[in-house]
Design a protein around this ligand. Structure first.
Ligand SMILES: CCCC(=O)OP(=O)(O)O
Length: 301
């Protein structure tokens, strides 16, 4: 897939999914939900401050008769209500509204709702790259300081999403600040181990290489200028950040500096969670609904 337009072309023929929105009183969230509803992609249950949802909906001419509202003001309760709707099979996916990521993730991880699978949960972002194709980034929002084992799961989760959007044998760049292994930099050691695992055939259906700095993950000229010979350099489909700080900054640089369209979801749970930054645009939130719809349509999730 080259663009979110192509993603929309795929999703528009799916049966509409039901989205439980946690803290829906936000103009960009409501605009994305309105757009997705009008295009027949979703139905929604809006959890949040009812009077505020009604006020905002009026300002964007969003008819609320088509959307159920559950009046909950408190952040934690709104998240738990949205997650419970999915847990009780009244909704197919959860959407983060105007609420901190940690609050919604706490509800998603609560054993009471039985949404965890045997996989690690991780955030996967998809963005329109300058190379006329979609690329992926992980993890910008969930795993704070993943160890080697967590990085393996993060790579598998990202490759799963890559395959769902048509990237059959993704090339995975494990990012660090430098391309050489430096015993003082854990990110380079982890990346080198992951690359060796890939060399030995321990990752199926993908090529993993690292450590790669962002320049040579993205540009073959940068790689050859630095004398780096790698099947992934300049061809990366998936960027794996060393930790949440790097991942989150890269995510926000993609949107706020490069002005690229992005989508974000949490995978690894029994149902997808649409998870963007509160400050992301309505387009990014709409794109995230598309991406989650693809994952939610997978019978084997
Ligand atoms: C995927 C980015 C998650 C994030 O940073 O959310 P907030 O900006 O709302 O904290």
């Amino acid at each position: 897939m080259k663009s979110f337009k192509e993603m929309y072309e795929l999703v528009k023929d799916f049966n509409p999914k039901i989205v439980a929105v946690a803290q829906a009183a936000d103009i960009d969230v409501l605009l994305a939900v309105k757009d997705a509803y009008e295009k027949g992609i979703i139905k929604s249950i809006l959890v949040g401050d009812k009077s505020e949802i009604e006020r905002l909906a009026l300002s964007i001419s969003m008819p609320l008769k088509d959307h159920e509202i559950i009046d909950v003001k408190d952040d934690e309760k709104a998240c738990r209500t949205a997650v419970k709707l999915v847990s009780d099979r009244q909704a197919d996916m959860i959407m983060k509204g105007l609420v901190p990521t940690s609050v919604i993730l706490k509800a998603v991880l609560d054993k009471e709702f039985d949404l965890r699978s045997d996989r690690l949960l991780s955030h996967v972002a998809v963005f329109e790259s300058p190379f006329n194709r979609l690329m992926l980034l992980s993890d910008a929002a969930m795993n704070i300081s993943p160890d080697l084992k967590a990085k393996i799961d993060i790579i598998y989760n990202a490759a799963y999403v890559a395959k769902k959007i048509g990237i059959s044998d993704p090339k995975v760049a494990v990012l660090a600040a430098v391309e050489m292994v430096n015993p003082a930099m854990q990110a380079t050691i982890d990346a080198a181990i992951l690359a060796k695992m890939s060399d030995r055939g321990q990752f199926k259906g993908m090529i993993v290489d690292g450590p790669l700095a962002l320049d040579n993950a993205l540009s073959i000229e940068s790689a050859s200028h630095k004398g780096i010979n790698s099947a992934v350099a300049g061809n990366a489909d998936i960027l794996i950040a060393p930790d949440i700080e790097a991942g989150n900054m890269l995510y926000k640089a993609i949107t706020f500096i490069a002005d690229k369209k992005i989508a974000g979801i949490i995978v690894g749970a029994k149902k997808p969670v649409i998870l963007t930054s509160r400050s992301d645009s309505k387009e990014s939130k709409f794109n995230s609904i598309l991406l989650a719809s693809i994952v939610a349509s997978d019978k084997n999730i």
